[in-house]
Design a protein around this ligand. Structure first.
Ligand code: THU
Length: 134
């Protein structure tokens, strides 16, 4: 089973692949899925700025494309002094794939010299999710 250090290390390593020429803010994300495998993602910016995609959503897309549906754990890394936290849009997209167990989904917020642990339910309380529609 992938441990937290492995997940954070993967997020840090993949941040090297970030395409962020505009913000120059490289972000890496790693997601552990219920089958024990991991997917990673980076932020992919665009000259048409609003089309940029965050690292977390890239990692979700990679997993869903590979047939995965249940998130177990998430790590997000950027080269900042303290830690980075997912934006609101990414919290919502992550929630789609763990709405039944969001209180148990650990989100590791990582920076250059610190890792903080929280949960998706803490990051996105009173969430709107698939249960409302399916
Ligand atoms: N970004 C992420 O990829 N993830 C986050 O959690 C926060 C922000 C990206 C979006 C943009 O490419 C750059 O960081 C600056 O906002």
């Amino acid at each position: 089973m992938t441990d937290s250090k492995t997940l954070v290390d993967a997020a840090r390593a993949v941040a090297q692949q970030s395409y962020s020429p505009y913000s120059k803010f490289a972000v890496g994300a790693a997601i552990l899925w219920d089958d024990g495998t991991m997917t990673v993602g980076v932020n992919v910016e665009n000259a048409s700025y609003p089309l940029s995609v965050c690292a977390e959503r890239s990692a979700v897309s990679a997993g869903v494309t590979a047939g995965k549906r249940q998130i177990v754990k998430v790590a997000v890394w950027a080269n900042v002094e303290d830690v980075i936290a997912p934006c609101g849009a990414c919290r919502q997209v992550l929630y789609e794939f763990c709405s039944t167990h969001a209180t148990k989904v650990e989100v590791l917020l990582a920076g250059a010299s610190e890792v903080r642990s929280t949960t998706l339910a803490t990051l996105l309380p009173d969430a709107f999710g698939p249960e409302a529609l399916l």
